[in-house]
Design a protein around this ligand. Sequence first.
Ligand SMILES: Cc1cc2nc3c(=O)[nH]c(=O)nc-3n(C[C@H](O)[C@H](O)[C@H](O)COP(=O)(O)OP(=O)(O)OC[C@H]3O[C@@H](n4cnc5c(N)ncnc54)[C@H](O)[C@@H]3O)c2cc1C
Length: 392
Amino acid sequence: MDYDIAIVGGGLVGLALARALAATSHRIVLIEQGPIDVTTPKSIDRPLTLAPSSQYCLNQLGVWPTIEDAVIPIRTIHVSRQYLPIHTLLTASAFQRQALGYVIPAGVLQQVLQHAAHEQANLTVLSSCHIQSIDVKQDHSQLIYQSSKGIQQLRVSLVVAADGSQSTVRTQLRIPVQQYDDQHWAMVGTLQLQRSHRYVAYERFLKHSILALLPYAKQRMGLVWCMTKSQWQKIEALDSTAVLTQLQKSLGYRLGRVLAVEGIQAWPLTAIHAQSCIGPRAVLIGNAAHTLYPVAAQGLNLGLRDVLVLADQLKQWSASADVVPLLNRYQQLRAPDHQQIRRLITSLLRLYGRPFPMQRMIQCGAMILFDQVDYCRQRLGRCAMGLAHLPI
Ligand SMILES: Cc1cc2nc3c(=O)[nH]c(=O)nc-3n(C[C@H](O)[C@H](O)[C@H](O)COP(=O)(O)OP(=O)(O)OC[C@H]3O[C@@H](n4cnc5c(N)ncnc54)[C@H](O)[C@@H]3O)c2cc1C
């Protein structure tokens, strides 16, 4: 056998799993189709919200102390609906926490994890190598990949698919998916404000779009705006002053004046759920198992909880032992969390994202419920913070 475990995909989730297995005796290979370059962080300004569950995970991985100075705490979340006179506030103090979550530029986290991967003794990193196919045998799996040296192969006991939404591993193993593609796009960028954000994050439901603002360093905020494709096409055609006016109109003035919007990029959105997150000698984690709309900033947070649970199972596993009990146990342990987060996002989209009769009345009722009833607020908050499925 060449390796005990192959991690396919060197995104944040694949890298985090590699790191979580650093103290084991497993021989691990991480295969990434792109370069793994520790000097040039990619997408440095895309804001990522790390829930307290991710803080816990990154602490367990020994990564948190390295990024602690780069994260910005979220002390309050302000949820509102355009044209409704009420809003809901979630505060860290109501949950006896210092922060409801933390914002970090994605590139910073990626760079720290890439650096750790290059230093890890039991890990071989194969970058610029694209997995093409998998042949599952009785006692191992054969991975065929394309590298600069041509087509190569290696034999492993277990394959972990961390290869994202369009997972090759998932396709090769014929694991069916449910896919929802209703032509939405996410626009991201950075806002320059006239005054401080006071560590408040905003989730604002507009008529046909959802806008999230996340506190960044100084008087800046990260913007994630999920909208229909036609809305994005209209915004894309505007100059920066017109985009600014449009944003200010959608936000109102609770944040003061927005002085500039910079670094606009956009991604098409899709939601994908693998019908099983295990396959023959394989397990799917992160976006390969569940790609979510980023309306509640949960994708990576859920992926990092996959990492914690899988690493825990793998620490107790020997590569010569049967892999099936491990896979079944993993699937059983992760199902409740996956289902709960899917329900949270579906409810948010149903409640605020799609027009239906009496919509305003129902939205108003929901806001009052979450604002006034502590039990509802606590449940929503614990779910969004990922605390329901962790020993913290
Ligand atoms: C606009 C936006 C905002 C978001 N904000 C948040 C947020 O605030 N908080 C949060 O928790 N989540 C957020 N998310 C979701 C989060 O970014 C993802 O869930 C997370 O980054 C997924 O990581 P991953 O490693 O599973 O997948 P990916 O990042 O897609 O990594 C997969 C890796 O696999 C590699 N790969 C693919 N195929 C192959 C192959 N055949 N061979 C070798 N390598 C391969 C790819 O090159 C890639 O590096 C957001 C998403 C979007 C779109």
